[in-house]
Design a protein around this ligand. Structure first.
Ligand code: TXA
Ligand code: MG
Length: 352
C-alpha cells in the first residue's frame, strides 16, 4: 500500500486536505493524524472492520481497547450509558484536552473497539487538525497512538512514517505535537474516579475540579517489574515505549549519577560498545558517551515531556548498544514522565 503524507498547517487548515483524509475514514481505512498529545492512528470507531485494521497495522493485541475521539461534547451521549456528575465536571474543565474518560459503553460501540470490555474510553483532543478530521468524517474516530505496538509513541509525522509506511493509506502531517506524552486516563465507571494512566493532567488538578478524591490504579504506582498486579487499562501491562537498545535509569545526587554513567561508558567502550545518554541541557556537557542527548531543561518538566519519545527514537537511528538515562521526577509532570521512562527501561533502575 502506498502511504500518502499530506502536510497541513494547523494555523490555516486546508479544507480539501481534511476532506481527502476523511474519505479514507469513510471508506473504513486508516488515517494517522496529530493530536496535542501524540499522533493517533484513526479509523471509524463504530465499525468493527475498521477497528480491526488498526490492530493489524499496529500489531496490537486485540484485548487492548481503543480510545474514541470526538469533536463535540454532543457526540458523547450516544456512546455511553450514563455520565456521572464527576465526569461532567471533568469534561467541562478539560475538554478539548489531554483527558480520556472511561464510562460504561452503549450498544452502538462495538466490542471490537473496546477489546471486549463493557466500558469505553472517550476523549476530545485539543488540536484543530484532529477536530476538523473527526467532524468532517462524521463519526467518532478510534485512535491509539500511531506507533507500532511496543515502540515509543510518535510525536512527529516522521515517527509515524517509520512505523506505518506501507501499512496505511494516509498520514496528516501537522508538525511536532505540543505535549508529547499521552492523555491522562480516568475511569468514571466505578464508585471512585480512578487514574489508570498518568498524563499531562495531574491527580491534583482533577481533584480540584471534581471536588472529591481521585484514586490511582495500584498497578500504575508499582514502579518495579510487574509484580503480578494487573493494571485496569489493558495497554499498561505490555512492554511499551521501548527503544531498541537496552536502557537503564540512574538516580541519585546529580554528580554521582554523572560519574557512574561515565564509568559505565568507559567499561562499555572497552567492549567496543556504543553508549547513549539522556541528560538535560544543563548536564549533557559532562557526559563522555558516544551519543549524548538532551531531553529538555531541568527547569521545565514540560520540555522533558515534549522531547521524551523523540529522544528515545533518535537512539534507534544512532544504533547505540545501551542507553543510560537520568531520572526526571520533579515538577508536576514528573510522575507521568517516570511512568513512561520506567516502562521504556523495562523497570531497570539503579540508585547510586
Ligand atoms: O493521548 C492519547 O490518549 C493518545 C492520542 C492519540 O489520543 N492515544 C493513546 O491511545 O494513547 P493508546 O491506544 O495508545 O492508549 C490507550 C490506553 C491503553 O492503555 C488502553 O488499554 C486504555 O487506554 N484503554 C482504552 N479503553 C479502555 C477501557 N475501556 N478500560 C480501560 N482502559 C482502556
Ligand atoms: Mg499507545
Amino acid at each position: 500500500m502506498n502511504t500518502q503524507i499530506i502536510k497541513i498547517d494547523q494555523q490555516n487548515i486546508d479544507k480539501e486536505a481534511i476532506k481527502e483524509a476523511s474519505r479514507w475514514i469513510q471508506k473504513k481505512e486508516l488515517v494517522a493524524f496529530p493530536t496535542e498529545t501524540v499522533y493517533g492512528l484513526g479509523a471509524d470507531g463504530l465499525d468493527p472492520e475498521a477497528s480491526a485494521k488498526i490492530y493489524a497495522a499496529k500489531g496490537r493485541p486485540s484485548d487492548n481497547p481503543l480510545i474514541l475521539h470526538i469533536s463535540d461534547i454532543e457526540q458523547l451521549t450516544p456512546l455511553v450509558r450514563e455520565i456521572p456528575n464527576a465526569a461532567v465536571k471533568a469534561m467541562r474543565a478539560f475538554w478539548p484536552g489531554p483527558m480520556t474518560m472511561i464510562l460504561n459503553k452503549s450498544d452502538i460501540v462495538p466490542f471490537e473497539t473496546t477489546g471486549g470490555l463493557s466500558t469505553v474510553a472517550v476523549r476530545m483532543p485539543n488540536h484543530p487538525i484532529a477536530l476538523a478530521l473527526i467532524s468532517e468524517s462524521g463519526c467518532p474516530i478510534a485512535a491509539p497512538s500511531a506507533n507500532a505496538s511496543g515502540r515509543p509513541s510518535p510525536t512527529r509525522a516522521e515517527h509515524v512514517y517509520e512505523d506505518m509506511n506501507g501499512k496505511i493509506p494516509c498520514i496528516l502531517d501537522g508538525g511536532m505535537v505540543g505535549i508529547g506524552i499521552e492523555s491522562t486516563i480516568i475511569d468514571f465507571s466505578g464508585d471512585t474516579p480512578m487514574i489508570l494512566r498518568p498524563g499531562f493532567i495531574t491527580k491534583e488538578r482533577l481533584e480540584e475540579v471534581i471536588g472529591e478524591p481521585v484514586g490511582i490504579d495500584p498497578a500504575v504506582l508499582n514502579m518495579k517489574k510487574m509484580d503480578g498486579i494487573a493494571p485496569k487499562a489493558p495497554g499498561m501491562k505490555y512492554r511499551h515505549y521501548a527503544p531498541k537498545a537496552k536502557m537503564i535509569l540512574v538516580s541519585g545526587r546529580e554528580q554521582s549519577v554523572i560519574s557512574y554513567i561515565n564509568e559505565k561508558t568507559e567499561e562499555a567502550h572497552r567492549d567496543h560498545k556504543k553508549v547513549g545518554v539522556i541528560g538535560t541541557d544543563e548536564t549533557i556537557p559532562m557526559y563522555k558517551a558516544d551519543v549524548v542527548l538532551s531531553i529538555g531543561t531541568s527547569s521545565s518538566d514540560r520540555t522533558i515531556a515534549h522531547f521524551l519519545y523523540d529522544v528515545l527514537r533518535t537512539f534507534d537511528h544512532e544504533e547505540v548498544d545501551m542507553i543510560y538515562s537520568q531520572v526526571f521526577e520533579s515538577g508536576e509532570h514528573g510522575f507521568a514522565i517516570m511512568n513512561r521512562l520506567m516502562k521504556a527501561a523495562g523497570y531497570d533502575r539503579v540508585e547510586v
